[in-house]
Design a protein around this ligand. Structure first.
Ligand code: C6P
Length: 412
């Protein structure tokens, strides 16, 4: 589907056609996104929110227009709730820093899950070191589903925030974040959803989820690197102190006292990445415009359906290979397939070796701990191989991946 829109997919590596199956790390960019970056620099570039001149106003319009596109894309109530950041990592650090200043005291509890990415673990450990909060962890079963009964027993009257990835970047599990959020709210806590691996793969509606925060990165949804989003409920953002100080975020500065700008600017110190925001908006337009006449599906619904079929097919074909072990077999799963291959005597083929040999065949997958070392410990391994699919991948590519994997496994 739409491969023609992604020029990089036509290139070769090691004189072989590129087969790019590392989409959970970052997606490739459609021509319209790359052209948007060009266009912004070639014919619009000026700093936003500052100038009375034409270019500055035009750049501001495009930047704020992108904010409105993000708002509509995740169905936030207002653009005041859409903060531009550098990506999911910065969004999570912003919440950890500012939310903890406003809402967390010694002994308060933050609940994470065993499948969180490091960027939703380490910022909370920094808060723990600073404020003496308690971190609790929701466990999972062997299929990769969170244990909701265990979660309920973790909730106490000291729970202030529950943080959960919407989709695990390793297991692909789609976590029941709406239900988790409902239970969190009932217990008087807030709910943060790390949407880095969900927003690019199926429709996400923050009002339907009823979450308090949602984070995602532009580069995982066909947009540029260096731009991301933090959605935050307005009444919470209002109570949180700024994350950084500088230009843009102030209303008035004297040496005695500074007052802050209204939302969302209070959290956007310095010159924002207006080129990135504009190109992200173009990426969101791109995915929203996709449609398939046969199925009648559009936009993110179409992406979800196509990727589900690719994932089903890939896992079915991988089962042909003796010794393949999957990590993450939830019934609710996106297009991330983590695995290892064991030899008949039980010896693990090192995932790095698999990845390196597949690379020589032009097939790009990711290997290692995937920035989820606690999850690796839970699964009893140091690392895994991971193939992850996007809208432009095809069954032919999966066939080539399977052939490559078979060839590589045979070499051991
Ligand atoms: N996961 C992966 O290969 P950044 O790097 O800020 O754009 O996103 C961080 C992040 C946070 N949460 C989840 C669930 C993620 O998957 C990621 C990024 C990439 O799996 C790079 S480690």
């Amino acid at each position: 589907m739409n491969r023609i829109d992604f020029p990089i997919l036509g290139r070769e590596v090691y004189k072989r056609p590129l087969i790019y199956l590392d989409n959970a790390a970052t997606t490739q960019k459609p021509r319209c996104v790359v052209e948007a970056i060009d266009e912004m620099y070639y014919s619009v570039n000026a700093n936003v929110h500052r100038g009375v001149h034409y270019l500055s106003q035009r750049a501001t319009d495009l930047h704020e227009g992108a904010r409105e596109k993000v708002r509509a894309f995740i169905n936030a109530r207002s653009t005041a709730e859409i903060l531009f950041t550098r990506g999911t990592t910065e969004s999570l650090n912003l919440v950890a820093s500012s939310f903890s200043e406003a809402f967390l005291h010694e002994g308060d509890e933050v609940i994470l899950t065993v499948m969180e990415h490091h960027s939703d673990i380490v910022p909370w450990q920094l808060v723990r070191d600073r404020k003496g909060i308690v971190i609790k962890v929701i466990p999972m079963d062997d299929r990769g589903d969170l244990d909701l009964e265990a979660f309920k027993s973790l909730l106490t009257d000291r729970t202030r925030l529950v943080c959960c990835c919407h989709v695990s970047n390793v297991l692909g599990t789609i976590n029941p974040v709406k239900e988790i959020g409902r239970l969190a709210h009932e217990a008087g806590a807030y709910m943060l959803v790390d949407g880095a691996q969900s927003v690019p793969h199926f429709p996400v509606d923050v009002q339907d989820l009823d979450c308090d925060f949602l984070t995602f990165s532009g580069h995982k949804i066909y947009g540029p690197t260096g731009i991301g989003v933090l959605y935050g409920r307005e009444e919470l953002l209002d109570k949180m102190p700024p994350y950084q100080g500088g230009g843009e975020m102030i209303s008035r500065v004297t040496f005695e006292k500074t007052t802050y700008e209204r939302l969302p600017y209070k959290f956007e110190a310095g010159t924002p990445d207006y080129v990135g925001s504009y190109a992200l908006g173009v990426a969101l337009d791109y995915v929203s415009s996709l449609h398939d006449e046969k199925s009648g599906l559009r936009g993110m619904e179409l992406i979800a359906a196509e990727e589900a079929e690719l994932t089903r097919y890939a896992m079915e074909r991988m089962r042909e290979i003796e010794g393949v072990k999957f990590y993450g077999e939830s019934a609710q799963k996106t297009s991330v397939v983590a695995f290892n291959v064991f030899q008949p005597d039980g010896t693990l083929i090192h995932p790095m070796d698999l990845g390196t040999l597949l690379d020589r065949l032009g097939i790009a997958i990711r290997t290692g701990h995937h920035c989820a070392q606690p999850l690796m410990q839970r699964c009893g391994v140091e690392g895994m191989a991971r193939a992850s699919f996007a809208l432009y991948n095809t069954k032919d590519e999966i066939d080539a991946f399977i052939a490559g994997l078979k060839r590589v496994v045979k070499m051991f």
